[in-house]
Design a binder for this molecule. Sequence first.
Ligand code: ADP
Ligand code: MG
Length: 239
Amino acid sequence: MAILEACLLAKRFGPVTAVEEVSLTVAEGEIAGLLGPNGAGKSTTLHMLLGLVTPDSGSVRLFGLDLDRHRTEVLSQVNFSAGYLGLPGVLQVREVLDAFARLYGLRHPARRVAEVVGLLDIGSLLKRKVIDLSSGQQTRVHLAKALLNEPRLLVLDEPTAALDPDTGDRVRRLLVDLARESGRAMLITSHNMREVERMCDRIHFMSAGRIVASGTAAELAADFEVADLEEVFLKVARQ
Ligand SMILES: Nc1ncnc2c1ncn2[C@@H]1O[C@H](COP(=O)(O)OP(=O)(O)O)[C@@H](O)[C@H]1O
Ligand SMILES: [Mg+2]
């Protein structure tokens, strides 16, 4: 079953067309990648899929339900993390996770907080204030928060941008394991082509508000007659 079906999404901000026309599906257990140069419309697309930005036209179905008509039911099964989202810096990590667990109305909040703390290996950070954490530590806290409600779809906007190669690698493995073990679907943006090659089952390239190519990393490289995704990116961006 399709976890996500976006049909002909479009969005303008005044004179700027951020998204011209985007249609996209993500299947259960799939890790999908959304790539493209700065300003291509990736974040705006994600924000429409999450109900954060209202499209000018087009529709979004999540888990077979229309996002507009079943907003609460649908969004309770989704979560989102992005480098540009702040968490309340004066709170301790434990307080942040407890607050979100309550906000999400989890049935066993304390148990689930303990689980995500284990998954992201952040037990030693629980008493620290968010503002005092390194960006890698903050990313792990963000991901812990994003997993609290056991989302069927996890949307991640440049999740590993602030991470050193070692921490980035750990986070990537964790995300892949989560998708493989639980059938959780993910939609990820990244400018790290190796990361996308390794993680994503299917990749969608955006340019100027449109998806201009879709496929596996190998299919895209073959279509564009280049060696790898990095070269696909350069070709798409310079067309
Ligand atoms: N809230 C907004 N108001 C005005 N313009 C916006 C807004 N959000 C995005 N844009 C514009 O839409 C275009 C696409 O932006 P964005 O979706 O952030 O691209 P990407 O994530 O691919 O870098 C850019 O030109 C950006 O300046
Ligand atoms: Mg963006």
